[in-house]
Design a protein around this ligand. Structure first.
Ligand code: ADP
Ligand code: ZN
Length: 768
């Protein structure tokens, strides 16, 4: 028997399946979808078996090892993989890597084994252990040429070794052996026959390390190993109030429950705080009673924990999957899911691929969120994958949002989605009152602070009442760039053509794309005046200003920089909830979903900043961000929102004062007029190359080819927003269309690809 294997090397030249012979002793165990280790050229690689057959016309080598007991890639995942292969220009290996948890991937290394001890150079001897083996670290790889020469002389051997990125955690354990001869066992706490105890177990029973040693010696305890699960620790307690649903909630929940055996998509539209999550929980209960499983996605890691708190307070068998867990934790959560030990999976985008038998429902909270789109590598939209899976399992898909995406609302209005609405907050709490403040007039009144007088007053008021404030400033980094006040020169990256970011702590300027770095100098390189200063406002600057303006206030900051470490976001969230701070300042991270009862004021600085993003989704993004953050105010007490900016007459900002429908109508009109989603799909191509002219020409040829397709509008080529990365020039071609065969697209690209040109297709994605 033979197997077709996709090897985990990401290279266009090997973008195909290779045939391998299945050794006789493996035939009974091997199945399609399992991971195997195979020889590949001079390497040893992991691969996925995608087909098994009687014969092969290729010259084949043997599969070396089988890694799985059950297939890692099941039928459903194969279906998703095929879909991704069809719709993107990604390689086989990339697509497999995308849908399979990274913990199951391999780390590759090399091991040097001594063959002739006497000939090993003295300088090298220190690297080898007493068994004559040297495990080569990546930092040792510059020694490889030397080692290869030694291999030629038969002095050493170089071996490829591999290890799965993450594994089960094995711990020492002790088995109680009943048929021992030890008389004095009565002096110890009693143990159960044939039961395994960890050291911790024994210690809680009252055993000391000394006891364990003694009992081991007398064969009462036999040492063994067991697998231990890495538990995900939460800082929250599990208590959560049980509510009885309002009639609106009941209707929504019942409609979904009535459709549990059918493949329908529901759009659950309810203002923030209207109780959508309670509806999810109610539906989940029904699904679980039916012995089926629930997959619920949230857009951000920060939202996993509040959702997990509520779900874990209601249900026991819950798994969590997102990138801020450790590799080991993720591996264990995956294993639990695989082994059917759970009823609910809460995950971020990549969790949409979690293998789940008996899936009963998929729910996507905050469905409008752009984080559901994977914008690098294999491009996918978790909502589309979820829709595929819902179809596969013949189950409902629930999309929930306070501000549905224009596309989803469009589908709901056209009857493609089943529309469910929660119009009221449970206690009929009023929506917060929202005010716009024009900063141009503040300046006229000689207020040069970044806070309007009104906002300042409001914050003081909250401080005195011991209520909390949230300030949204949607821009990262302190003083994004420096500028010479004299000649206007802005230091840029020589390779990437973007302004260098100023890092105050180290006094350096750094490129965000390629990492180029140089010291910050007050003297201008262009005009030699000592007038170079930081410009622009970054979130750290806002933090400083807050501290200055409100010296007694306790201020907390939440942005990507402070939430990269594991569990950091959860700790911040928890500590703000427990009123360890009066003001929470943050980027769009704080706008999403979090529920803080004591927040009665939300301030937005430079609300129009996000309108400047050159994308057709800028208005939508702005409106959604403002609505979301406004929803943070007054969830349990009356609240206020103050939105500051310079260009406040735009409908995306004005609609925040009205309602979603006002926004939707304007936005849809704009989309129709300019022929964007949902009227036409928009996709893009990125063309990169070292030679400016050559790259442009290839981009232009692509445009010409695309123009030959019927009913496809081609725009560009234009320079990408980032014109250059690492001395590669970048151009973008944009297409608008109703239908398209991705295969045509791929063929065109293949015709134009050459060694010096890199090209990538971004289906349904505005790259900006
Ligand atoms: P959403 O998910 O729409 O933002 P949530 O489900 O988080 O809304 O509800 C907001 C708050 O209102 C939560 O504290 C929740 O416990 C509470 N709540 C929701 N529904 C009810 C209800 N029927 N009765 C009482 N409280 C409710
Ligand atoms: Zn650079």
């Amino acid at each position: 028997m033979y197997a077709k294997v996709i090897v985990d090397i990401k290279h266009e030249q090997v973008n195909q399946a290779f045939d391998y012979h299945i050794p006789d002793d493996m035939i009974n165990d091997l199945e399609v979808g399992m991971r195997v280790i195979v020889p590949f050229g001079a390497q040893t690689r992991m691969g996925y078996v995608i087909e098994m057959m009687e014969d092969s016309s290729e010259e084949t080598k043997d599969i070396m090892h089988l890694l799985d007991l059950t297939p890692t890639v099941n039928d459903e995942l194969f279906m998703i993989i095929n879909d991704l292969l069809k719709s993107t220009d990604s390689l086989y290996s990339e697509v497999f890597e995308c849908v399979i948890p990274s913990e199951l991937g391999m780390d590759y290394d090399k091991e040097i084994v001594i063959k002739d001890k006497n000939l090993v150079p003295d300088s090298m001897k220190i690297y080898f252990n007493d068994k004559g083996i040297w495990h080569l670290k990546k930092s040792d790889y510059d020694m490889l040429p030397k080692l290869r020469r030694l291999r030629e002389k038969q002095v050493v051997d170089i071996k490829n070794i591999y290890a799965q990125k993450s594994k089960e955690k094995k711990v020492v354990a002790y088995l109680y052996h009943e048929n021992h001869q030890y008389q004095r066992v009565d002096q110890y706490p009693s143990l159960e026959k044939d039961k395994t105890y960890t050291k911790k177990d024994l210690e809680t029973l009252g055993f000391t390390t000394g006891h364990i040693q003694t009992l081991k010696k007398h064969d009462v305890l036999r040492q063994t190993t067991i697998t231990e699960k890495r538990e995900i620790k939460h800082v929250f307690d599990l208590k959560d109030k049980i509510v009885s649903l309002t009639s609106e909630q009941k209707i929504a929940s019942q409609s979904i429950q009535d459709a549990l055996d059918s493949n329908q998509t529901f759009l659950l539209h309810g203002v923030t705080g209207s109780g959508k999550t309670e509806v999810y929980l109610d539906v989940m209960e029904k699904v679980i009673i039916n012995h089926k499983k629930c997959l619920i996605l949230v857009p951000e890691i920060t939202l996993v924990s509040p959702m997990a708190k509520r779900i874990k307070s209601r249900f026991n068998r819950v798994a969590i999957y997102h990138s801020a867990l450790s590799k080991g934790e993720r591996f264990d959560q995956y294993q639990m899911i695989l082994n059917n030990e759970i009823d609910v999976v809460i995950a971020t985008r990549s969790g949409v691929f979690m293998p789940m038998n008996d899936l009963g429902i998929i729910m996507i909270d905050e469905e409008h969120d752009p984080s559901y789109i994977q914008k690098e590598g294999v491009i996918y939209d978790a909502r589309q994958i979820a829709s595929l899976r819902a179809k596969y399992h013949h189950i409902p898909l629930v999309l929930g949002s306070a501000t549905p995406s224009i596309e989803s609302m469009y589908h709901a209005k056209n009857g493609m989605y089943h529309y469910l609405e929660l119009k009221h907050r449970p206690f009929n709490l009023k929506q917060p009152s929202i005010k716009l403040v024009d900063m141009k007039s503040e300046l006229k009144q000689k207020n040069t602070s970044i806070f309007s007088n009104e906002l300042k007053e409001a914050i003081h008021n909250r401080l005195s009442k011991k209520e909390q404030t949230m300030i949204l400033f949607n821009r990262k980094g302190y003083a994004p760039f420096v500028l010479c006040r004299h000649c206007g020169d802005v230091p840029k990256c020589p390779d990437c053509d973007i302004s260098l970011t100023y890092y105050k702590d180290k006094e350096v300027l750094k490129c965000h794309y390629c990492g180029y770095e140089k010291p910050f100098l007050k003297t201008c390189e262009a005009c030699h005046q000592p007038t170079v200063k930081e410009v622009g406002v970054g979130i750290e600057y806002v933090e400083q200003q807050l501290k200055k303006t409100f010296p007694t206030a306790r201020i907390m900051r939440m942005d990507r920089n402070v939430t990269t470490t594991k569990g950091a976001h959860e700790k911040l969230w928890h500590s703000f909830l427990h009123e360890d701070a009066d003001i929470l300042l943050g980027t769009q991270m704080i706008a999403k979903g979090l529920d803080f009862p004591k927040v009665t004021l939300v301030g937005v600085l430079m609300a129009d900043l996000s309108l400047k993003v050159p994308s057709y989704t800028a208005s939508e993004q702005t409106y959604m961000l403002l609505s979301q953050i406004s929803g943070r105010s007054g969830r349990h007490m009356p609240g206020d929102v103050i939105i500051q900016g310079y260009q406040l007459d735009h409908y995306a900002i004005q609609s925040v004062l009205k309602d979603y429908d006002a926004f939707y109508k304007e936005a849809l009109y704009e989309r129709k007029l300019l022929r964007y989603e949902p009227f036409m799909h928009v996709s893009q191509f990125l063309i990169e190359g070292r030679e400016y002219l050559k790259t442009y020409q290839v981009a232009f040829q692509l445009k010409k080819k695309l123009n030959l397709l019927d009913d496809v509008l081609v725009l560009g080529p234009s320079q990408a927003l980032v014109k250059k990365i690492k001395d590669r020039f970048r151009f973008v071609v944009t297409i608008k269309y109703k239908t398209l065969d991705a295969l045509d697209i791929k063929n065109m690209m293949n015709d134009l690809k050459s060694q010096n040109i890199y090209m990538k297709y971004y289906p349904n994605l505005d790259m900006m």
